[in-house]
Design a protein around this ligand. Structure first.
Ligand code: PLP
Length: 439
């Protein structure tokens, strides 16, 4: 089969999928293989989920063991893997979550749906705040929260969603530089709440480092300010960690790395490193309070939420993280990864390198001095016409994202080190040099 449209199921959006259907057959650590015999260095962890890497036998063994023991789930079914995983997540979520609860789902979008539901029930308010370039999942509520190019497809969506500015420091929407930044993007959240009527706002949904649009870390002090604003208006803060949890930024949860206290954490993908589907909405102690008496009803209950196989996979995956010191590895190696990518700043096409941990975006520009970006036509020719395919042909699988400004995004398995950093730099250097000569 040559084209994605030849398949009897529906594909989504990435430029690389458009260039070549990914007939994946397996993988080993940071590489995966495809049906045509090719091997790729996986810089996208497929879809940001294979954090512990490919071909992990202990995870496959855990699947077999759990399937032998118990392979059925139901919302009211109790089994050790589910209980142990929930305890582990709450313990790692830390302060404020000790007496909290985990609501298991099948992925990140459903986790956010439940965070919406919880926020509205607990606060008795309707409105939700999220950022313009964000992505929060493909279900109806999550897609309405989403601010990026996918949002118009479902508008008006669920009622009450309001969008605010992103932390786009390289092109600050408030015209600031790093040196002059007064966290206006955080203040914008408070100002929006004030104008909307803070007593109508239930929650704000933020990613620790925003993926969609090109990998945006917050400026220093951003989350401190957001927390203050949320406390002031009694609005809940939801940390959407569907991508950023499980070592992507360094810790099990990125709010720990960035040192802020959310009221809910939503997560999925890296919890099982993608070997089996699971997601979770983790609610802090105080949110669960109204439900303790049994008079308030939280309508939750996915048949497959916290399935024993997925829960067992998650436990084994998290054991691997601890046994191999992967959280520590990311914290130690992140500066070297960043440094190797920053060396690319000497290329005329590289306008910005940004990110945290093992999660980076390289923004491409037409004019470095003026930060002029590419028009739609050039973006199409550069990203779809050349870059995605050229990176793929050079053995790198990563997302070249043309949904905002042109950005190459890197989120490799969190096991790689200096040899791979060097290889990545060398391949990107040669492909980006070639891209520049074609403009
Ligand atoms: N939230 C964020 C920040 C995401 O990046 C994604 C998916 O990429 C989702 C939610 C949706 O997760 P899922 O595809 O598991 O539903």
């Amino acid at each position: 089969m040559a084209s994605v449209s030849d398949y009897p199921f529906f594909f989504t959006w990435t430029a690389q999928h458009a260039a070549k259907p990914l007939e994946i057959t397996g993988g080993d650590r940071a590489h995966f293989t495809t049906a045509d015999g090719g091997t790729w260095l996986d810089l996208g962890t497929l879809s940001y989920q294979v954090n512990a890497g490919h071909g992990r036998r202990p995870i496959v063994e855990a699947i077999k063991r759990q399937a032998d023991e118990l392979c059925l789930s139901a919302p009211n079914a109790v089994y050790p893997a589910k209980t142990e995983l929930a305890r582990r997540l709450l313990a790692m979520a830390g302060r404020g979550f000790e007496q909290g609860k985990v609501f298991f789902t099948l992925g990140g979008a459903e986790a956010n749906e439940n965070a919406i539901k919880m926020a509205r029930l607990v606060t008795n308010r309707l409105k939700l705040v999220s950022r313009y370039r964000s992505y929060h999942g493909a279900s109806m509520g999550a897609l309405t929260l989403t601010g990026d190019w996918r949002r118009p497809a479902v508008e008006p969506g669920v009622p009450g969603v309001v969008h605010v500015q992103d932390c786009y420091c390289d092109r600050c929407p408030f015209g600031q530089k790093v040196e002059t930044c007064k966290r206006e993007c955080a203040t914008n959240i408070g100002e929006t709440m004030r104008l909307e009527g803070p007593q109508s706002v239930a929650a704000v949904f933020l990613e620790p480092v925003q993926n969609s649009g090109g990998c945006f870390p917050p400026p220093p002090g951003y989350f401190d300010r957001v927390r203050e604003i949320c406390d002031h208006y009694e609005v809940l803060l939801v940390s959407d960690e569907t991508i950023c949890a499980f070592g992507r930024i360094g810790g099990m949860f990125a709010c720990e790395d960035l040192k802020y206290q959310p009221d809910m954490i939503t997560c999925a993908k890296g919890m099982t490193s993608g070997y089996s589907p699971i997601g979770a909405m983790i609610a802090s102690d105080r949110l669960f309070e109204p439900f303790r008496t049994g008079t308030t009803y939280f309508p939750h209950g996915y048949t497959f939420g916290g399935h024993p196989v997925s829960a067992a996979v998650a436990m084994t995956n998290l054991d691997i993280f601890e046994r191999e010191g992967l959280y520590q590895h990311v914290r130690e190696q992140a500066p070297a990864f960043r440094a190797s990518l920053e060396r690319l700043l000497d290329l005329p096409i590289v306008g910005d390198v940004r990110g945290e941990g093992f999660f980076y975006g390289i923004e491409l520009v037409k004019d470095k001095a003026t930060r002029e970006t590419f028009d739609d036509d050039e973006s199409e020719r550069l990203l779809r016409g050349f870059l995605s395919k050229a990176l793929f042909d050079a053995g790198l699988y990563c997302r070249a994202d043309d949904r905002g400004d042109p950005v190459v995004q890197l989120a490799p398995p969190v096991i790689i080190g200096q040899p791979e950093f060097d290889q990545i730099e060398q391949i990107l250097r040669s492909v980006l040099t070639e891209a520049w000569s074609r403009i």
